[in-house]
Design a protein around this ligand. Structure first.
Ligand code: FAD
Ligand code: SF4
Length: 469
């Protein structure tokens, strides 16, 4: 026993054990395990219950973090899981993929000087353990005759399905992919989120009565109008899939590939479900250059390392401080040997038929009012770095289905679906029976905010249907 009075001094901030770098780059398994034994309890006991729950404010879902940390500290794992699910339908997933350093943990009172409570790791470990022990989300007290169709089985759609099922409303979820999860399955690589975790959540939701209709594209296999006719309400959670086109000279050269199809092809190869469309380039011994600095770019560099690339370079026009992705992912990439070229703007991809380099110029950052610093190219700084494969990862724009207009759903100039605003309910579209949320409303964003939209859309739908949750 330590004679130190405060648990946050007795137990330093710690993450669950991490697979050693030379081993983890050989496969696609998650790099962190869950906490084991009393580790969750020790880490949860570091919370000082500061009275101002900044962590809850930093969490887009308003998770009741100090309260569930106390339950974990007292060893009440199932009760903690119940409280976690009150605000978060997918805690084991957010606990893994949230950029904690920018959200809950970034503003933990202990962050300055002592190290934040490891909120995300506790959230995932406790939920995994509770589900393993047979814990399930509370069931509906009574069933209603209401039926809701959900288009899209990503985090927004899954969160809505959970809330509707718990209120006794039938939820039918349609997705064009062969498995649930949206980008959780067909985007985010397994080293951040193993696919078994998503499959376990599928079983939990099915036990709650949620029905999945997979391999069905709404608008192609079933008309959207048919859903509107057959169901009491429809929730559109269709994501954002239009890759930003930087229109670089040379981007049609052989050896230039686009981020998301590359990640999806790799995931399908891992799952053993690849088709002839899932073309995976052979990166063994190659020099790979990834253009972009968001989460998707980090996933591409780390996937390239695992596919045996000899040298992987990330080119980003701003500095590390201004990267849009999670700090921990940049650290993970660097630990795995990725080279970062910050303050470098790609000008062209060069080669004769086949890529052999990327022309880049140095940049400097210019403060731009309240917005993000602007990257300006420095004169006479252009030079070429060698590359055998270039991966384009400039982000995504909303991709509104072309049937929106005929279905009476308003789309903004930026392609995002328009929701809410008086007299509509939150997340209600211009069509009174249709609600929308997640990346199709926000543009490419975060899992946790898609979950928030799913939860809040279900709340609006229940209110419209007169169902008391
Ligand atoms: P999606 O997850 O995109 O799901 C939409 C679903 O709708 C898809 O399954 C699609 O097949 C289906 N669909 C679309 N149209 C139809 C139709 N007509 N009929 C049937 N089905 C349809 N966020 C984080 O917080 N942390 C991360 O680490 C992170 N990493 C990321 C890595 C990558 C590579 C990418 C691309 C994104 C990442 N994000 C991350 C962002 C996050 O994944 C998204 O913000 C989130 O998944 C959005 O959820 P959603 O439910 O709105 O949409
Ligand atoms: Fe933190 Fe994300 Fe969990 Fe909220 S959902 S407590 S932001 S890890």
């Amino acid at each position: 026993m330590s004679d130190r009075p405060f648990p946050f001094l007795k137990f330093p901030r710690a993450l669950p054990s991490e697979v050693k770098i030379p081993i983890r780059v050989l496969n696609f398994n998650e790099i962190h395990a869950d906490f084991v034994g009393g580790e969750s309890v020790d880490q949860a006991s570091r919370c000082i219950d500061c009275g101002n729950p900044y962590c809850s404010w930093g969490c887009p879902l308003g998770n009741r973090i100090p309260q569930w940390l106390k339950l974990v500290k007292d060893g009440r794992i199932e009760d903690a899981a119940t409280l976690m699910h009150e605000t978060n339908p997918l805690p084991e997933i957010c606990g893994r993929v949230c950029p904690h350093d920018r959200l809950c943990e970034g503003i933990c009172t202990l962050e300055e000087g002592f190290g934040a409570v490891t909120i995300g790791a506790i959230e995932r470990s406790v939920t995994d353990e509770a589900i393993k022990r047979g814990w399930r989300p509370p069931e509906a007290t009574s069933k209603t005759d209401k039926r809701v169709a959900i288009v899209g089985a990503g985090p927004a759609g899954l969160a809505a399905a959970d809330r509707l099922a718990r209120a006794g409303v039938s939820a039918d979820v349609f997705d064009r992919y062969e498995e649930i999860g949206g980008l959780l399955t067909f985007g985010i690589p397994s080293f951040k989120l193993e696919k078994d975790i998503v499959l376990t959540r599928r079983r939990v939701l099915e036990d709650q009565g949620v029905r999945f209709h997979l391999g069905i594209e709404i608008g192609r296999d079933i008309a959207f109008e048919k859903l509107v006719e057959d169901y009491d309400a429809v929730f559109m959670a269709t994501g954002a899939y239009t890759a930003v086109d930087a229109d670089l000279p040379g981007q049609d050269l052989s050896g230039v590939i686009v981020a998301l199809p590359f990640l999806i092809a790799n995931i399908r190869h891992q799952l053993g479900t690849a088709t002839s469309d899932d073309v995976l380039p052979d990166l063994k011994g190659k020099r790979v250059v990834v253009l972009g600095g968001g989460d998707t770019a980090m996933d591409c560099v780390r996937t390239s390392v695992r596919l045996g690339a000899e040298r992987v370079t990330c080119v980003y026009r701003r500095d590390e401080e201004n990267m849009p992705g999670s700090r921990k992912e940049v650290k993970n990439a660097r630990d795995e040997g990725v080279i970062f070229r910050f303050l470098a703007q790609p000008l062209a991809i060069v080669g004769k038929g086949v890529v052999d380099g990327v022309e880049i110029a140095d940049t400097e950052l210019i403060a731009d009012g309240d917005g993000r610093a602007r990257a300006e190219i420095l004169a006479d700084s252009a030079h070429t770095i060698p590359a055998d494969v270039v991966i384009l990862s400039f982000g995504f724009l909303a991709s509104p289905p072309d049937w929106c207009a005929s279905a009476g759903i308003e789309v903004g100039k930026n392609g995002r679906l328009k929701v809410g605003g008086s007299p509509r309910l939150p997340l209600q579209t211009a069509h009174p029976k249709v609600f929308a949320g997640g990346d199709n409303v926000r543009g490419a964003d975060l899992v946790v905010r898609a979950v928030l939209d799913g939860r809040e859309a279900a709340r609006s739908i229940l209110s419209q249907l007169g169902v008391v949750a």
